[in-house]
Design a protein around this ligand. Structure first.
Ligand code: 9MR
Length: 587
């Protein structure tokens, strides 16, 4: 793919990249590294669609004007004045913005400032994020549990099957009369959550929903994509085949005796740095919980709608999913406040959400949209429900995205409510974008564990707003967030493995660390800078800076900035697919 090759021949930047990687492991070189970063032009390393908003960041003090150079002809095709210098508080840098949105001619370019500072070579062309979107979906295939990855689909990342999960024990915390402690159940398939090998229902909730929403909102785009997964070529879009791998697993996490849903399927401790087939510790299903039941209900109700069109390929699935959703909903009604905390002998990921109002709203909305039955909405206070950027513990975006998609079929009052909520959030994010020195709507409090997920979920909400309002600023703000994740940031990383010139090489992902291959498994979005630097005690190397947007380490040790997860990749899929569709339309 063109954008995967753009680094070749970019001598000055690749030298800079090697310098940065060398400096990264040596705390004494912090100052050198900062100096090197200060001198680089930060830009989306994958480039832009012709009609997109296009900006780069230039360090202050280099010059006042910038030029766009066509690298094939060496001619200057566009020039402009840099914006006034402003300090971006989350990075500590003083930056100026080079806006070349006006220039729309396809080709390969570099930005140049004051005749000396040059950017990497980047394309302006149609379809510029299609390869990235494919890779981000294919990453889920690479994280499949209970199956071998064949060489024909996985190439060098082929591996034997791990975690059959056909002998999973009911943990003491999940014991019931019908399934006492130690009962063996079968719960195969699903995706590994992240760099670890466990499978968590709450995080599967937002991840699977977001992928299904990507399809539901842009079905035409996904109908013909060929990801070279085992199911490619069948009558079902590859994205839906991939999502079915996890849905099949999720269904097994419901106890048929009462409709309750186990919070997670896990070992007692995290596995070592080994391949899946070598991680053979006993697996358990642990405590049922309200959050698990509601995430499950929301996803199954959504899946029931989405796979309704594919009943030939999946006979009975749509009905089965809806029945499972209703059972889980009933369980949650009867057990409204069973929050989750790890039992004392379980030390793996917690996903312990303590506020469940938002999950009730989300599940109610999806059940309503699939069934048309008002009764679900009557049990929640939709008007009072929050609208915000969603995350694994906050289902504050999903219900509005879904309602908005069906807004033309909704009663007038509900339509107005959904449109108002989405517009409110998109406007707030757009205001952040306008006020930000770097044109990136990321506030200090957004640099949490998984900040790149925050960036992509923010972009998703902005694009939803744009679809409704047609306000180009909302589209530009979403593009800026993607630019940020793909290199327009103070670390200089394009945070998606294998996508861009300088990408993470040491993600906290067990297969990538244990497979003996230098390049990590492709298509994964690293968590990104986290001001909390929560893995300091486990890292033998220092963070390059304490600034929030620079608190990132491309090192295995940094599980709080360099892990990957299914929930951060999902909005990356949504956003890149949506942008492909939007830029193909004449906006
Ligand atoms: O994404 C989660 C983050 O919000 C939490 O602060 C963190 C600590 O509890 O856990 C993160 O999720 C991890 C999960 O617990 C286990 N699999 C890997 C996830 C990503 O790091």
């Amino acid at each position: 793919m063109f954008h995967r090759r753009i680094g070749i021949g970019v001598v000055s930047l690749s030298l800079l990249a090697s310098l940065l990687i060398a400096c990264q492991s040596d705390p004494a070189n912090r100052a050198d590294q900062s100096a090197a970063l200060e001198s680089a032009i930060e830009i989306n390393q994958l480039g832009f669609a012709p009609t997109a908003h296009k900006e780069a960041l230039v360090p202050a003090g280099v010059g006042d004007r910038f030029e766009l150079v066509d690298v094939d002809t060496q001619r200057v095709v566009f020039s402009g004045t840099l914006s006034k210098a402003e300090r971006w508080p989350v990075s500590g840098q003083t930056v100026r913005r080079a806006d070349f949105s006006e220039y729309q001619r396809p080709g390969r370019y570099r930005l140049r400032v004051a005749g000396e500072l040059e950017s990497i070579v980047f394309p302006i062309e149609e379809g510029v994020y299609a390869g990235l979107n494919d890779a981000a979906v294919k990453a889920y295939y690479f994280n499949r549990a209970s199956t071998a990855l064949e060489q024909s689909h996985a190439g060098v990342y082929a591996r034997p099957a791990g975690h059959p999960d056909d002998q999973v024990m009911v943990h003491q915390s999940a014991a019931s009369e019908e399934r006492p402690e130690g009962t063996v159940i079968s719960s195969p398939k699903g995706w590994y959550d992240a760099g670890d090998y466990n499978k968590y229902i709450v995080n599967s909730g937002i991840s699977t929903y977001t992928l299904l929403a990507a399809y539901e909102h842009f079905p035409q785009y996904y109908r013909d994509r060929d990801l070279n997964i085992p199911e490619s070529g069948d009558s079902v879009p590859d994205l839906l085949d991939e999502a079915m791998w996890n849905l099949d697993w999720m269904l097994t996490m419901q106890d048929p005796n009462d409709g309750g849903v186990y919070h997670k399927l896990t070992t007692l401790r995290f596995a070592g740095k080994v391949m899946p087939e070598d991680a053979t510790a006993q697996r358990y299903v642990v405590q049922k919980g309200t959050s698990a039941a509601l995430n499950f209900a929301a996803v199954m109700a959504t899946a029931s709608r989405v796979y309704g069109d594919y009943s030939d390929a999946f006979p009975g699935f749509s009905e089965r999913a809806m029945a499972a959703a209703e059972l889980a909903w009933a369980w949650a009604q009867a057990h409204p406040d069973v929050t989750y905390r790890n039992p004392s002998d379980v030390a793996t990921g917690e996903y312990g959400d303590q506020t469940l109002t938002d999950e009730f709203v989300w599940a109610a909305v999806e059940l309503y949209l699939t069934s048309g039955d008002q009764v679900y909405l009557e049990s929640v206070d939709l008007a009072a429900a929050e609208v915000e950027v969603p995350s694994w513990g906050s289902a504050v975006g999903q219900p509005w995205l879904s309602l908005l998609h069906f807004s033309d079929e909704l009663p007038a009052e509900l339509k107005a409510l959904a449109e108002g909520k989405v517009t409110e959030l998109a406007n707030a994010l757009t205001q952040e974008w306008q006020q930000s020195a770097s044109g990136v709507p990321m506030r200090p409090q957004d640099f949490v564990w998984g900040s790149n997920g925050v960036a992509m979920n923010s972009a998703m909400m902005l694009l939803s707003g744009y679809q409704l309002t047609g306000d180009d600023r909302q589209l530009a703000a979403a593009q800026s967030l993607l630019d940020y994740v793909l290199g327009r940031n103070p670390t200089g990383f394009s945070y998606v493995t294998g996508e861009g010139v300088k990408t993470p090489m040491h993600i906290h992902h067990r297969p990538s660390a244990a497979d003996g291959i230098d390049e990590p498994v492709p298509g994964f979005l690293a968590g990104g800078p986290h001001s909390g630097q929560q893995d300091l005690d486990d890292c033998p190397v220092a963070y390059p800076s304490d600034q929030p947007a620079r608190s990132y380490l491309d090192h295995w040790c940094s599980y709080s900035t360099n892990e990957i997860t299914i929930n951060w990749n999902a909005p990356l899929v949504y956003v890149t697919g949506a942008l492909e569709v939007i830029y193909q339309q004449d906006h």
